[in-house]
Design a binder for this molecule. Structure first.
Ligand SMILES: [Zn+2]
Length: 106
């Protein structure tokens, strides 16, 4: 019986995205930030406790995020608008800002 291909679930703490990569890859990179710094194996997390599965950010949510930040709303307040935690807002905001900064460099 052929076994399932060895894929591993990874999670980028920074972007709050998960992705699957072939197990052979030694240094998994996040498809969103193209970095491996915050990437960790999901299995390790799941062993500890049930993982709160987050949905990916939409363009609309990003817009609300940026507008809210501009208006001086707290991250918790912005999070309420889009049904996310303040922590998730903080992470996404820094992620967005960094990708804006890097746009000219890439
Ligand atoms: Zn990432």
């Amino acid at each position: 019986m052929p076994k399932k291909k060895p894929y591993t679930f990874y999670w980028c703490k920074d972007c709050e995205v998960d992705f699957i990569i072939m197990k052979d890859i030694k240094r998994p990179c996040c498809p969103v930030c193209a970095d491996g710094i915050y990437v960790q194996s999901v299995r390790d997390i799941w062993l500890e406790r049930p993982f709160n599965y987050k949905r990916p950010w939409t363009d609309d949510e990003d817009e609300i995020l940026l507008i809210g930040a501009e208006r001086g709303m707290t991250h918790a307040e912005i999070g309420k608008e889009i049904n996310r935690t303040g922590k998730a807002v903080t992470r996404r905001l820094s992620q967005l800002r960094r990708s804006l900064d890097e746009k000219n460099l890439c």
